[in-house]
Design a protein around this ligand. Sequence first.
Ligand code: ADP
Ligand code: MG
Length: 365
Amino acid sequence: MAGVKLEHVSKIFDKEVVAVNDVNINIEDKEFMVLVGPSGCGKSTTLRMIAGLEDISDGKIYIDEKIVNQVPPKDRDIAMVFQNYALYPHMSVFQNMAFGLKLRKYPKKEIEKRVQEAAEILEIQPLLNRKPKALSGGQRQRVAVGRAIVRKPKVFLFDEPLSNLDAKLRVQMRTEISKLHNRLETTMIYVTHDQMEAMTMGNRIVVMKDGFVHQVDSPLNLYHGPVNKFVAGFIGSPSMNFMSGVIQKDNGLFFDEGNIRLQIPEQYHQKLSQYVDQKVYFGIRPENISGSKFVQHLQNPAKAKSMLEVVEPMGNEFFLYLNTGSHQFVARINEEEDLTVGKPIDLVFNMEKAHFFDATTEDRI
Ligand code: ADP
Ligand code: MG
């Protein structure tokens, strides 16, 4: 049983670099929590403060309801897996996995048992006598995870553990880490800059930028209800399209971006009424744009005639790169349209799925 709580935690390096800014996160026992955000946003620093590898400038960190600000790393009952694995090259896989337990003076029999158990979970028994240099990247990664498992820690911390693997292996390992979490039922805190990893692995996700936490939520809540333009653009691939324009009132509400004009469904009227004649950002995900054949049955389709600049056939769908004349945007279309590059094409925006953002604060309206 171990939750982890951060209360108003900040980290200031060299009296001026605010790496982590008043962060509040409450990680439940047995939860898989992902910290995600662009490089330099403070993810590793946050994780290292939880591990005790970095002093806290301000605030409190609790593990298992006890304040650990002054507790040295070795007494926090956590295990950390790093991006570069940090295996000892002169030791065998067995010795690498046993090392931490040996330091803690565990009996030989217990060490043997735990290493075998972990090796079985990770399917690396045949590798126990090898040296790290005789292992593939994926195998080294497993050994690094194994070294954490044998400790039976209250909390696992992962700092971009899959970044050094090729794309295919990364996808495979991410399911394995998810399975491991289901099997061990231990709290895990996982850092990545990859929103896809965050979405597929996290029970909940902390989205960070510039040392601030922008949103903490489940993957689907982040996707469908981003609190601001940053979260909206960061989560999802290809990213949400944004267009700046003006809200107009004229027999209903319209979003006018200069070249296209879209009728806004009633569900938004109340919130947007105070934005009439003002600039806002309109956001729409690529999959919420359809070819005009597909929506022939709609009474008032929000049509947007745009120049088709590039077509990427993905097999099951097409990525279309388009230009309204004022804004570029991407559409994911799965029906066969007449796709001629360099010609205008009529697409339909599913306005029920649109998002609007305040032009100044960039908060979702
Ligand atoms: P992330 O892991 O999200 O890429 P980090 O937590 O490593 O980001 O870094 C956050 C910010 O803190 C960055 O601006 C980085 O340059 C700065 N930083 C990290 N470690 C140190 C350090 N030891 N001294 C000074 N600045 C640091
Ligand atoms: Mg980092």
